[in-house]
Every structure is written in C-alpha cells, then in structure tokens.
Design a protein around this ligand. Structure first.
Ligand code: FES
Ligand code: MG
Length: 584
C-alpha cells in the first residue's frame, strides 16, 4: 500500500469478501453454522459482525501485572474505537508478564508469550489486532508474535507511571530503589525513610517511569512504526492515554481493510530507526536482545555490530534516567519521542511506513521540542555518541554490551583482579562477607546467569557493591556477567557475555585473581590469561547438568539461542508458513 493511500471510511478496499474472518463466518457449511450459532449463544446477532472486520484486543491484563492495572478500562476504550470505525471487537486475554511478581525472570517467558500471540492470531477469525502491552517483555513478545503471524497489528503501550515524589525528591522507579537500598546498606537511611519510599515510589498505574526497558521498548515500537504517534511517552493515567486507546481501536479497523501487515512495517530501514532511537534515548541494554529477536522474526539480518556502528554516529539527545536526569512524564511534556526524532531526522529513514498509514517522516513532521533540557539540541547532546557499546575480546568472543553512559567515567578504561561468583546464590552468600578479598579496583564476575545457566538470563548484571565498600563510599565497580541488567539499573556493568558460561563460554573458566581489562573506547575486553592456561582449564571443565527435565523449561533449554541472537527459540525465527488449512 502506498503511504499516501486514503485511509478510513473512504479507503477503496472495503470488500468484506477479502476479510480473513469471512473464512469462518461466511461459508454455508456445518462449520460456518457452528461459528455463527455459538456467537448467537453469546447474544451476538448477524448484524453485529456482518461485513465488519473482526478486531482482536490482545490484552495482557492480570491482577499480578502491576504495570497493566488500567488495562481493563483501556480495553473498553479500544473497543469503543473499534465500534465507532465499523469493526467487531473481540477481547482475547493473553499471558501477562509482570516484571515485579514473576520468578525467576519474565525473560524465561518472553518467547512463550510470543508463541501465544502468534498462535492466537493464527487460529482465530481475526482480521486485525490491537496489542496491549507495556511491562518490559510484553512489548517484544507481542511484536514478535504479530510479526510471525503477519496479521495487521497495532501496538498500544501501557504508558509510564506518573513521577514519584518523596519529601523534596523526585523518585524514579527501579533506579532509586537500587540507589536508596545502597544507602540503607551503607547505614545512611533509617527504616522510616525506607518505608516512606516504598509507600510512594510506584505512584500510579503504568510502567516504570525511568527510561527502563518498558519505556525503551515503547519508544522502539513507536520509532519502528508499530504505534500511533505519541504513544510511547503518554503517561498511563492521563486522559490522553484513554483517547490514544480509542484512536488505536479505530485505526485497527482501517488497518484490517488496508491489510497493512507487520511485514510492511518492520524492514531493515525501520530496524535501523529502532536502533538509533534506542541509542538517542540512552535506552535499556535489554532492547538489544529484543531488537535482535524482532529482526529475526522479520527475516532482517542483524548482528550486534550494527548496534555499535549506529551507536557511534547517534548523539544521545534524551536526558533521561538512569543515564540522565529526567523521567518519562518530563519527556512527554517536552514534546515526547516524535519531537526527539524530529531533531534526529537527518539520521533516520523517514520513508518507513507506520501503522498510521503515514511514513515516519509524516508522523514526526509537526512535532516540536518544548524543553531543550530534556530533549537536548544537536549542538549540546548528553553524549556525542549513543548510550550502549559492544565489546569483544577473549572473554566474549561473540560479544558483550555495556551501557557506557551509565558507567563511572573513572572505569571506562580499567584493569583489575577478578572476584568470581559461580552463580547468584554464591554471590548472595559471599558479597557482604567482611572477609571477601575485594577492593574498589576488583572486577566482580558472575556466571551461570545467562539464558541457559540462570535460566532465563535474569537482570542480575548490576551486581551489588560489597557492603564494606559501600561503607567506604564506593558506588560503582566493574562488574561482568552473562546476565542482563534492568533498564533502570546503572553502573559499569558488562552484560550479555557471549557465549554464556553455562554453555562453556570463556567466562566459565575465569578464576579469582585473573586480571580482566575493559577499554570501552577501544570496544575491547581482555582476560589476561595465557592461551595454554586457558586450554588447560578448558580441558578440566565439565558441562553442568540441564536445568529442566520436563515441561516448558525443557523446550526452552533445548531451543533458546544466545544473547547475541536475541534469545529467541531457534524454531521461531521467521514467519508462519501462511494461512492454516481449512479442514471443514
Ligand atoms: Fe513493569 Fe518496570 S516493572 S515496567
Ligand atoms: Mg525492568
């Protein structure tokens, strides 16, 4: 479809026989009779859906997803938009992945939700879908599933929480929890203050209001063309968010008529736009894993090197926590993502089609920066290059990543002796031991924290600073792991070391006292151990036992790919083969 083609009620193609749902409802067959008669049993008449696109609202609402607590209301608002535009709305619950309640990590289940979204879309009479997600993994999971199903889909992000306020301090979710936990551990914060922070740090419905994974992925989705303009930054509880929900519902109906599919939206060019967006907002390192997986579903070849390449030439303009100062509500008030992208437009592929039916260029054309402190001018960026770097070396032959803008400048180039923890439990047991041989110059190493080893590659990468160092005033150290890190985390944390230790990556062979050097400007990580010694240690290494003997975990262990491939299952990359057969 041309981006300038008419949309809405005047769109030329309104031929109901072209709708996918007609394969269920139109035939004068026993099966067609069954579909129609059972809808009647729900009080739904022929008139309710005759000649109308069936628009699914895929809702990740759950009482255990704290970030999506407004989704019941929003689903009703989406429904209103679908009805207004002449569609037939059907709400379909799909698995909810709430970061705060799931153990060991939602990442273990991202691909399960992606599979569910794909299969739910494929097997039902659905002409288009509104994907309602927000909390971290729900965003990539829903986009991945929709891409593989390749049924017209539009994403509605949950939107960030309002800013939190404690005494005269503006609190950011995640980031300030870590920060004040450290202060409490150092003996600088009383129990009453800690409780007061607990009482106010999550102020409303919505996702973390720092530039954590949820906000990063919402921005990535918008820049990639998967949302209406302005969707990524609109706070969850504003009236604007309700209106966005209604508009998204309306638009989903037109998308069904236009047959505007995810495969038209996600292209090598729109993936580049997504990566540049991640870099200019100082986004979460998790976005790298997710964008790699999304690209895999879209059959777009992508490696870690592309992130580093684009990072080097993308100024960081968003001054947002945890890399900067402001929160999502400030970003919204400053003009939001569209205004930021307008400033970056010389680096973007403006011809990419978006779900609005317009190009990205058209979508951001009128956007205006209201506050230069939050969205910096090109002449005064937060950082002249992007927020995330890819390092390589003998400790990470397949690469690792670091959010350089969230690192202490003192540690950008650093060499120190390793203090190694075999797994998370060992780290927990020893990190605060007064006898632990550790100084501010040590390099903390955590292994068995990757996709297979943990399992699920949890957000353990911001290893805690040992208590005795906290008490000495140390607030950052070099930390290295095959884990991920929360988007709201910060510090000199080398993450996603690949291959992971559980699979026999070099990290498995590191010992206490080995010297490890990082040089972020040179994109290098080096383990100062002779090759012969490495070979000796490798010969003595034994692969650990598999973590699961049954169930989803076993399937996960058998098929999950490494972080450098986005941790998708090997059998899920690419698209569904096509329409399911009509057997009746
Ligand atoms: Fe849901 Fe942070 S916990 S977005
Ligand atoms: Mg998070």
């Amino acid at each position: 479809m041309s981006p300038n083609a008419p949309t809405g009620p005047d769109a030329p193609n309104r031929d109901p026989s072209t709708l996918r749902s007609q394969r269920w409802f139109a035939p004068d067959s026993l099966r067609g009779f069954g579909h129609r008669s059972r809808l009647k049993g729900m009080g739904i008449d022929d008139e309710d859906y005759r000649d109308r696109p069936v628009v699914a609202i895929l809702n990740t609402w759950s009482d255990l997803n704290t970030c999506h607590s407004h989704f019941r209301n929003r689903a009703d608002e989406v429904r209103r938009g679908i009805l207004q535009a002449g569609g037939f709305p059907v709400e379909v619950p799909v698995m909810s992945l709430g970061e705060m309640m799931m153990k060991p990590t939602t990442m273990l289940y991202r691909n399960l939700l992606a599979m569910e979204v794909e299969e739910v879309l494929r097997c039902h009479p659905i002409d288009s879908a509104v994907l309602m997600g927000g909390c971290d993994k729900t965003v990539p999971a829903m986009l991945m599933g929709a891409l593989s199903a390749d049924i017209p889909s539009i994403f509605l992000p949950a939107g960030p929480m309002l800013k939190a306020r404690w005494k005269d301090v503006t609190l950011g979710s995640g980031s300030d929890a870590w920060k004040y936990w450290d202060e409490r551990s150092a003996g600088n914060l009383c129990d009453g203050d800690w409780k007061a922070i607990e009482n106010c740090i999550a102020r409303s419905a919505g996702t973390c209001m720092t530039m954590g994974t949820a906000s990063t992925m919402a921005c990535v989705a918008e820049a990639m063309g998967f949302t209406l303009p302005g969707a990524a930054c609109t706070p969850a509880v504003l009236a604007e968010h309700s209106r966005l929900a209604v508009q998204t519902g309306r638009r989903a109906v037109d998308m069904a008529w236009e047959s505007l599919r995810p495969s038209q939206i996600v292209t090598p060019e729109s993936i580049d736009n997504a990566i540049r967006t991640d870099m200019t907002i100082g986004g979460s390192t998790n976005a790298i894993v997710h964008i790699l997986a999304i690209a895999g579903r879209a059959c777009v070849p992508l490696t870690l090197d592309r992130f580093d390449e684009l990072s080097r030439s993308t100024p960081m303009l968003g001054d947002l926590r945890p890399s900067g100062q402001f929160l999502m509500e400030d970003f919204y008030n400053a003009g939001g993502l569209a205004a930021l992208l307008q400033r970056l437009s010389h680096l973007l592929n403006l011809d990419c089609l978006t779900v609005s039916g317009h190009t990205l260029g058209q979508q951001i054309e009128a956007a205006e920066v209201i506050d230069d402190a939050v969205i910096r001018p090109l002449e005064n960026p937060v950082s002249p290059a992007g927020g995330t770097c890819v390092l390589r070396g003998n400790l990470a032959p397949d690469g690792c990543v670091i959010k350089s803008v969230a690192a202490d400048p003192r540690l950008i180039k650093h060499c120190g002796p390793a203090v190694v923890f075999d797994d998370y439990a060992a780290m927990k047991a020893r990190i605060d031991d007064p006898d632990l041989q550790v100084t501010a110059d040590s390099v903390l190493v955590l292994r068995s924290a990757g996709a297979l080893g943990a399992p699920g590659m949890p957000e353990w990468g911001m290893l805690p600073i040992p208590k005795k160092l906290l008490q000495q005033g140390v607030r950052d150290m070099v930390r290295i792991s095959d884990a991920r890190m929360s988007g709201t985390s910060y510090g000199t944390c080398v993450l996603h070391v690949s291959p992971e230790s559980f699979a026999g990556g070099p990290l498995a062979l590191v010992r206490d006292g080995d010297l490890i050097e990082i040089d972020i400007d040179a994109r290098r990580i080096h383990w100062h151990v002779a090759d012969e010694e490495i070979a000796r240690r490798r010969a003595a290494w034994r692969a650990p036992e598999a973590k699961f003997s049954r169930g989803y975990g076993q399937m996960y262990s058998a098929h999950v790919q490494g972080a450098q491939q986005g941790c998708d299952f090997d059998f899920l990359t690419g698209r569904s083969p096509g329409e399911e057969p009509d057997i009746f």
